[in-house]
Design a protein around this ligand. Structure first.
Ligand code: ATP
Ligand code: MG
Ligand code: FE
Length: 342
């Protein structure tokens, strides 16, 4: 069983280890507080924590019912990274359930979970590069084996990709979360009408890092200039041009990282991989480069408990020892630490 509460989704997932790196999905219960954050234009930590408290027990009941079991063999929970208060709720619940059921507890890394969940869809994971893009994260990772530490190749130096979608959506007067709205509007626009800058793609920039804050500012300047000139803002073209810039940089760097490392598989994860242009460009560029692209279904890309159960199952199968019930949450946990034991 995996319990997830790092951001605004309360998730309880249950998987079964079939053998040889293969998992079976038994239950996937998720409750989201996204609607409660909408009027603030972003996740409000206190509201998220309270929502986790209210949703935890009902979500747990749903997961157990769905799997048709009375208790799991092990309880895993996201120990970090994430919002401090939100993490506490899921971890406290996981420790309590583990103690009450007398089963081992495993304190698991959320980011590594986003990678491991793909094995539910596509089977055992070969050495790969993983691109994680969500509201809070933008990471390029090198995964040799899910049982070994994941190596961070690069990350964003400012805004996360999903966060940039949310901020640009706000600039264009669209709703929250912004990603789906920008994606929808971009379909009606011309992605070449307005060309926005590709951050951190110059010859002196770190190869695997990202920057999206300059892009967001460029969009703001463009909109302001139009308004000052009394001209209508071509919102669909702006959405399409912005989305193109994000998808272009993400896929270009991901493919380049895979080529640099000599791996032949790229895995995508995180809620922003729902983006249609990102998927399209990733498919095209992977095909051109001879890479296999693995993208889990959208439901598994956003935050959920199944991804935590999936990573836990791989670690347990690899001989991991349970975590102490005294383990503390770590809001800034680096991706290289898949599990905290003490
Ligand atoms: P974390 O960063 O901890 O994973 P999160 O809740 O911010 O948590 P997810 O739930 O995985 O992340 O994803 C939500 C993000 O994905 C939001 O920023 C949202 O705007 C973005 N997103 C969702 N659909 C799309 C889309 N079609 N295009 C672009 N971005 C999208
Ligand atoms: Mg979310
Ligand atoms: Fe996440």
């Amino acid at each position: 069983m995996g319990i997830e509460s790092s951001c605004d989704e309360t998730g309880v997932g249950i998987v079964r280890w079939v053998g040889d790196g293969t998992l079976e999905l038994l239950a996937d219960a998720v409750a989201s507080s996204v609607d409660e954050h909408a009027r603030f234009g972003g996740v409000v930590p206190e509201i998220a924590s309270r929502a986790h408290l209210e949703a935890m027990v009902p979500t747990m009941r749903r997961a157990l019912d769905e799997a048709g079991i009375a208790r799991p063999d092990a309880v895993c929970a996201t120990i970090g990274p994430g919002l401090a208060g939100a993490l506490l709720v899921g971890v406290a619940a996981a420790k309590a359930y583990a103690a009450a059921w007398n089963v081992p507890f495993f304190a698991i890394n959320h980011l590594a979970g986003h990678v491991a969940v793909d094995t539910l869809e596509h089977g055992p994971m070969p050495p790969c590069v993983a691109l994680l893009v969500s509201g809070g994260h933008t990471h390029l990772l090198h995964v040799e084996d899910l049982g070994k530490p994941i190596v961070e190749l690069g990350t964003t130096v400012d805004d996360a990709a999903g966060e940039a979608f949310d901020k640009v959506a706000r600039l264009l007067g669209l709703g929250y979360p912004g990603g789906p709205e920008v994606d929808r509007l971009a379909r009606e626009g011309d992605r070449e009408a307005v060309v926005f800058p590709r951050g951190m793609t110059g010859p002196r920039d770190a190869r695997h890092d990202f920057s999206f804050s300059g892009l967001k500012t460029a969009v703001a300047r463009f909109v302001e200039a139009k308004e000052r000139a009394g001209e209508p803002v071509p919102v669909a073209d702006v959405a399409a041009g912005f989305q193109e810039a994000v998808a272009d940089v993400l896929t270009m760097k991901a493919v380049r990282a895979a080529q640099d490392l000599g791996v032949d598989t790229l895995v995508l994860g995180g809620g922003a991989t729902a983006n249609s242009r990102l998927r399209e460009l990733a498919e095209g560029r992977c095909a051109a480069a001879g890479l296999t692209l693995r993208v889990p279904r959208p439901r598994l890309c956003t935050d959920n408990g199944v991804m935590i159960a999936a990573l836990g199952a791989h670690l347990i199968a690899g001989g991991a020892q349970p975590s102490s019930l005294g383990v503390a949450t770590d809001p800034g946990l680096p991706v290289s630490v898949s599990q905290i034991t003490v």
